[in-house]
Design a protein around this ligand. Structure first.
Ligand SMILES: [Zn+2]
Length: 346
């Protein structure tokens, strides 16, 4: 079994919207089928469909496992990805439910790879490193936490990442986001519902830090490594900015906006706008000041595609918008309100 698996690949196995561009991953991960996909690294790690099922079966007949990995999420209905047929009987997602107490099913033990074996019908995916989600308390959640890394001493003392403080600030923002969007949706005659999962995790070192909203799971996941990067560079409110962007995707889902927006860039820019409108709300509540707002503006400019990867083509499939576009969208929300964000970008 592959140990390359990570929460990023797992996320990419589902429809997901994120904070940063995914061009590099798309380019090396699931690309269009070529002459012999059986030997194409990572091809079967991507989204699973009928075509891939047929290709996978063909590859198996050729004696090739199709690069199956044990880290994918098992969908509620077939066709089943390799991880389900290899490791979880392929019957249904139900055979990968992780009980609260042992004995544990095979899907929870992780085998030799030590975890991240995929999801269950209860939508529990076990990341390779903690903090563990509640459903993993009995399974791979027993794995020891990674040892803290020594701080390199070859540079001046960097600003410390106050993880507990940042997570507490996120918890506070979650409560305010709920009341903010409840009121905004009420204006449109929509009954707000809270997201199912809002959780931080620590991503695999091989994968770039990111944050995601996953419609199929009704879940927001934020990599602590991303929170460290943005808060060290742009202050604690930057963590809330990231959360507010992902919350924007959650609101888009509730309002069924995905199909009404012409492309990924518009979806991402609308989420930036929504983050801007929420930032004005926190400003009005007196929770942040003008400097925090300016740092948030700097953050959204900095995560433009051209700022992250100047070589990425403007219209690549994972495009989120240039730095100027993302800053303009964030400013639009800052200077108007959430309703104009919802009605714009179409
Ligand atoms: Zn996004």
């Amino acid at each position: 079994m592959s140990q390359r698996g990570s929460i990023l690949k797992w996320v990419l196995g589902l429809a997901a919207f994120c904070l940063l561009l995914t061009f590099a991953v798309s380019n090396t991960g699931y690309v269009a089928a070529q002459d012999d996909v059986c030997n194409q690294p990572g091809y079967f790690d991507g989204p699973w469909d009928e075509q891939k099922q047929e290709e996978y079966e063909r590859c198996q007949q050729q004696g090739n496992s199709g690069n199956s990995s044990d880290d994918c999420v098992i969908p509620d209905s077939g066709p089943w990805p390799p991880c389900a047929t290899d490791g979880n009987n392929g019957g249904s997602a139900d055979d990968c439910v992780i009980p609260d107490s042992g004995p544990w099913p095979p899907c929870a033990t992780g085998g030799s790879s030590g975890g991240n074996t995929g999801g269950s019908a209860e939508e529990c995916v076990i990341p390779k490193s903690g903090p563990w989600p509640p459903c993993a308390t009995g399974g791979d959640g027993n794995a020891p936490a990674p040892a803290p890394q020594p701080v390199p001493d070859d540079s001046p003392t960097p600003p410390a990442f106050d993880q507990a403080g940042v997570e507490a600030r996120i918890d506070q923002a979650v409560e305010i986001l709920q009341t903010f969007w409840q009121a905004e949706l009420k204006q449109r005659g929509v009954n707000y519902r809270p997201p199912g999962i809002v959780q931080t995790y620590r991503g695999h070192p091989d994968d770039p830090p990111n944050a995601f909203y996953i419609p199929a799971m009704d879940a927001i996941f934020i990599d602590l490594r991303l929170l460290e990067e943005v808060t060290v560079d742009f202050g604690v409110y930057a963590a809330v900015g990231v959360l507010a962007h992902e919350w924007g995707h959650f609101i888009q889902d509730q309002l069924n906006l995905y199909g009404q927006l012409p492309g990924l860039r518009q979806i991402e820019l609308q989420a930036d706008c929504m983050a801007g409108s929420y930032t004005t709300h926190e400003l009005n509540l007196g929770l942040i000041n003008a400097q925090d707002v300016q740092l948030a503006r700097d953050l959204f400019f900095s995560i433009g595609d051209d700022q992250i990867n100047p070589d990425a083509p403007y219209n690549h499939p994972g495009a989120h918008g240039t730095g100027n576009e993302r800053l303009a969208a964030f400013n639009h929300g800052l200077n108007t309100n959430a309703q104009t964000c919802i009605d714009g970008f179409r």
